[in-house]
Design a protein around this ligand. Structure first.
Ligand code: XIL
Length: 340
């Protein structure tokens, strides 16, 4: 049995994939991907800095391979992401008049989305446009173009690829204030006549936070807007949060720190069990709302490739996914399978 088979009636089950999987260099990961998952997201290869590194240069080799892999394996293929303040073409940060910015955005979205028109099933059109309090993030897009950049992005995406579903994607979408902001943003898009089909809740979560009650409130609230809800970047960190800790520094190497990297060799059984329970609770909630949830995508295939080994601080050993470093199914995998 596999995740995708067991959850076939409820929702797609996906994973974000990196260049080693896309090129087939990571054979084991590719094997697990094909066996367990029926939707993919590009962890990095479709981001602006990758496909459009300078104003007149586009690079599509990896993105093309990514899409081809999805199509060959009959997967639901996600594009991630057309407009995001991070991992953007570096020159974009220095653009300071709105006509020039609008031109670059049009060129970018039109070129990328039309290249894959009819092949990408859903695009994360805009990523992370909100602050934690629900206000709009002071990104370069907002500063230079004002709020209308949101509507512009969605309308360009629709024009370039009319058949793709279009999504708004962000993290901490369970937080009440951020939820209110997301609802405002989506309603404004809907009023403007832009097409929006779904909302992506990233779901970079922990063993105790967020509360599933707030997650549930958000799933219900977004579905009420007439949108499909997707869980787009699921992982559950088991490591201490370095923020707020005296002397902790982003970018500092914490490999040797017992406090910050407590499980360098293996995850103790007790935490393994806790992680399994957490995943069980999470999936139980997803099952309860399977009429609203379209897709559940993990941010990586196995613990080895997870970005959480290097974020928010580098060189730690994290265990956030369902497959371990040897690609064996973990207790958390069994827990998710046993629910059905
Ligand atoms: C992350 C990738 O996993 C890393 O490899 C990269 O260095 C930084 O970006 N929100 C998103 C994703 O929408 O694109 C991010 O992916 C994780 C947070």
């Amino acid at each position: 049995d596999s995740l995708k088979k067991v959850y076939k009636k409820e929702f797609y089950i996906g994973a974000a994939i990196n260049d080693k999987i896309i090129t087939g260099k990571n054979k084991k990961a590719l094997e697990v991907l094909k066996r367990e998952f029926n939707t993919i997201s590009p962890e990095n290869v479709m981001k602006w800095e990758e496909v459009h590194p300078s104003p007149d240069t586009f690079y599509f080799e990896m993105a093309d391979k990514y899409v081809a892999l999805g199509k060959e394996n009959n997967m639901f293929v996600i594009g991630h992401t057309l407009l995001w303040h991070s991992q953007i073409g570096p020159w974009m940060n220095t653009v300071n008049d709105s006509a020039t910015m609008a031109n670059y955005i049009r060129d970018h979205i039109t070129t990328v989305a039309s290249r894959y028109s009819g092949k990408i099933d859903g695009w994360d059109v805009v990523n992370e446009a909100l602050n934690e309090d629900g206000s709009l993030r002071e990104s370069v897009f907002l500063k230079v173009m004002g709020e209308r950049y949101l509507e512009v992005a969605f309308k360009l995406a629709e024009k370039a690829d009319p058949s793709a579903e279009l999504y708004y994607n962000d993290y901490n979408m369970w937080k009440p204030k951020k939820r209110e902001g997301a609802i405002r943003l989506i309603e404004n898009l809907q009023k403007s006549g832009a097409k929006i089909n779904g909302v992506g809740m990233q779901a970079h979560w922990g063993l105790t936070e967020p509360s599933l009650e707030e997650v549930e409130n958000s799933i219900v609230a977004y579905a009420k807007l007439g949108l499909k809800v997707s869980i787009t970047e699921l992982d559950v960190t088991v490591l201490p949060n370095p923020w707020g800790l005296e002397g902790a520094e982003i970018g500092q190497n914490y490999e040797e720190s017992e406090e910050m990297n407590p499980y360098p060799n293996a995850l103790p059984d007790s935490v393994e069990v806790q992680l399994a329970q957490r995943y069980k609770d999470i999936f139980k909630l997803f099952l309860k709302h399977s009429d609203k949830i379209d897709r559940v995508t993990f941010w990586g295939v196995n613990d080895q490739s997870s970005w959480l080994n290097n974020w928010p601080i580098t060189n730690r050993t994290n265990y956030p996914l369902l497959f371990d470093r040897k690609f064996e199914a973990k207790k958390a995998y069994q827990a998710v399978m046993e629910l059905k």
